[in-house]
Design a protein around this ligand. Structure first.
Ligand SMILES: O=C[C@H](O)[C@H](O)[C@H](O)COP(=O)(O)O
Length: 324
């Protein structure tokens, strides 16, 4: 994929039919009510309300969940119930939609890492099992994803045999208006980047809590560094002009999160350390920041993914929005 530094962004609201079947809810733009062809929703129980009891559903915006405001009004036997979608349900929506919209039989795909990407992996496994998808070869971006894919009997390969991917699907920790990303909260940034750079299309899947005006202050930028003289490398990083003001913190404990939940340095799948760069104001030039990090001896790679995103599927209070 050829990174481009400038891009235009457009948004598209996806209607109810695209997602209703996944959660048992029907999604519409606020104010609209839709009913599935059968007069109810296609599957699932909604906290005690069987799908067959539901005759219409609308997406509202009344209940907050981790920064998200998504509710679904269900009408059952004349009574109205409001149900908030959990963050996991939102992640599942975008994970499933990405696979349904972008993965075709006979293709090579990249499987991302993290709690959102896990739903995309789940969907690929489900569609292979049902026969809806055939002849997929998948390249996992972490040992965790590899293990999940193996458990679902998804055929796997590596970049050594398959350097050209049709599409890669992954989550992100932050997404700015130009669709530049911070990734690596789960410690998988290097494998993610090397795989996703090889994909013709890179589809990012997030809930709207990940959207930001500028990268940096909302989520520390992870940087993978070699263990040798890592304190020296951290000082070098802190002195980079494009990263002025950052506070580099060595990740301790579990590599899969940036909380200090252990005493020893966290170790990546590649045997390296992670430094989380904390910012109090947005990074002015993420491209320059990435270039300066990449040019620093001791840095393996960094979590700034600039100019890579083909489309970003966002689940939020307006339903599902695709930004590209
Ligand atoms: O290393 C982890 C990856 O970059 C993840 O894609 C990112 O941290 C988002 O993860 P989640 O979907 O769990 O928020």
């Amino acid at each position: 994929m050829a990174p481009s530094l400038s891009r235009s962004s457009t948004s598209m609201l996806i209607g109810a039919a695209a997602t209703a079947w996944m959660t048992g809810f029907a999604f519409t733009a606020p104010g609209q009510v839709r009913t599935s062809p059968s007069g109810g929703l296609r599957q699932g129980n909604v906290r005690g309300a069987r799908a067959s009891d539901v005759r219409g559903a609308t997406l509202g915006g009344a209940s907050a969940l981790g920064g998200l405001c998504v509710t679904v009004a269900l009408v059952r036997g004349g009574k109205s119930m409001r149900k908030a979608l959990s963050q996991d349900e939102l992640k599942k929506m975008v994970g499933y939609k990405a696979v349904d919209d972008y993965v075709q039989s006979g293709t090579v795909i990249g499987l991302g890492t993290g709690s959102t990407a896990a739903f995309a992996v789940e969907r690929v496994g489900e569609k292979l099992k049902s026969g809806e998808l055939k002849d997929i070869i998948a390249i996992p971006t972490s040992i965790r994803t590899q293990e999940q894919a193996e458990s679902l009997n998804i055929p796997l390969a590596t970049l050594d045999t398959h350097s050209d991917l049709d599409v890669a699907i992954d989550g992100a920790d932050e997404v700015d208006p130009a669709l530049n990303l911070v990734k690596g909260g789960g410690g998988a940034l290097f494998r993610e980047k090397i795989v996703e750079m090889c994909a013709k299309k890179f589809i990012v899947i997030v809930d709207e809590s990940k959207l930001c005006d500028g990268l940096g202050p909302g989520f520390p930028v992870p940087v993978e560094i070699v263990p040798f003289c890592h304190e020296h490398t951290m000082r070098k990083i802190a002195s980079l002009p494009a990263l002025k003001g950052c506070d580099p913190v060595l990740r301790l404990g579990n590599v899969a999160n940036n909380q200090p939940d252990g005493d020893e340095p966290a170790v990546t799948d590649n045997g390296n350390y992670i430094v989380d760069l904390k910012f109090t104001s947005p990074i002015k030039d993420p491209v320059a920041a990435g270039e300066q990090l990449k040019a620093t001896v001791g840095v393996v790679d960094h979590g700034l993914f600039t100019g890579m995103t083909t489309a970003c599927i966002v689940a939020g209070k307006e339903g599902i929005i695709v930004k590209d």
